[in-house]
Design a protein around this ligand. Sequence first.
Ligand code: TYD
Length: 211
Amino acid sequence: MTTSTGTGRFISFEGIDGSGKSTQARRLAAHLSAQGIDVVLTREPGGSPGAELIRALLVEGEPDRWSAETELLLFTAARRDHLERTIRPALARGATVITDRFCDSTRVYQGTTRGDLAATVDQLHDLMIGTKPDLTLVIDLDPTEALARTTRRQDGEDRFEEFGLGFQNKLRDGFLALTQAEPTRVKRIDGTGTPDAIAARILAAFDLSGL
Ligand code: TYD
């Protein structure tokens, strides 16, 4: 398995819903841009016009709208488009790509929490994506705290939040397991405290990574 596809750096942010990863992804992108670095900040599901269309199918509607298998295929289709249209071209020109979620979300959300799909998730990844970030930052936070932080979303994109606290706890464990399984690539970042404190931890981890 190769990691990055081009010469640029490929960084992903991961974590449970409400962990603050989107804020931190934006902050790291702003920090690097301010140094004159070519940065592409993107997100999943989405990140390209086609993948954004698939996103609406995934994040809106009833929790049982799709089977775990169908959902896995939709996420993978969206990711393939994101990779082809946004990520690979950016890495090829030497840009730093920062994505709010990537393949590890699928491993955790679809692979460990909804049926025993882990092997299928990995096979599909190898078949259709074949690329992992150079560095993955997991913003780790107790789900109770994450829930308390976020007021209820008004954008209708709450299909996953509706699975409840037990589900969020399983997700947290899944992300922590990844930091153990791939310690060089996947780093745990303590998600407690102020956004400034978390951003400082992220910069320290980024510097240590040698990227
Ligand atoms: P996201 O937009 O990151 O939501 P949030 O900002 O609330 O974290 O992602 C939408 C939902 O999609 C989120 O609950 C996680 C889920 N998801 C998966 O289940 N599998 C995946 O592969 C990805 C990328 C996201």
